[in-house]
Design a protein around this ligand. Structure first.
Ligand SMILES: [Fe+2]
Length: 163
């Protein structure tokens, strides 16, 4: 999300985009049945802004809530929530276990293979791309780049957590 903020000309909102991404599933672990419905209550406890609450809830539009993605950031988060799952699964299949050497063409093959990472909804990714006014290739390509930008840092943080 931080990469996308910079990429799309929201350099002054990098932290906000990143925080929304970090917190988007805030209610999921404890209240999976009330996903995106419990979030406003939890976010109120930390005095989150209405913009943040709207953004976080809208990633579940049409799945678990009726808050529609409006802001460009919300549309990005909606599109990439499922897509990052697909890219992560595709990366784990690679000898490098990495997105660094992943090409668009190989991701497109995984996208078309409905049995691969079947839990990642291709329809939502397509819908998200459409909402952004991007082609499917554009959203796939950009999200590979976004994940490349933070792979090293994420791996480091995960390793520290597991120590
Ligand atoms: Fe979610």
């Amino acid at each position: 999300m931080r990469w996308y903020a910079r990429e799309l000309g929201y350099g002054d909102q990098v932290d906000f985009w990143g925080l929304c991404g970090l917190l988007h599933d805030v209610d999921f672990e404890q209240w999976p049945e009330e996903h995106c419905k419990k979030a406003p209550e939890l976010l109120a406890e930390v005095s989150a802004s209405p913009e943040m609450v709207h953004a976080i809830c809208s990633h579940g539009y049409g799945i678990c809530c009726d808050v529609e993605p409006e802001h460009e950031m919300e549309k990005v988060m909606f599109a990439v929530d499922e897509l990052t799952g697909l890219i992560g699964a595709a990366a784990r299949m690679r000898p490098s276990k990495s997105v660094m050497d992943m090409e668009l063409s190989s991701l497109k093959k995984k996208f078309k293979d409905k049995k691969f990472a079947a839990g990642c909804s291709r329809d939502i990714i397509k819908d998200g791309a459409e909402r952004l006014g991007w082609t499917l290739d554009e959203v796939l390509e950009k999200t590979i780049l976004a994940m490349r930008s933070c792979e090293e840092q994420t791996a480091k943080e995960l390793a520290e957590l597991c120590e």
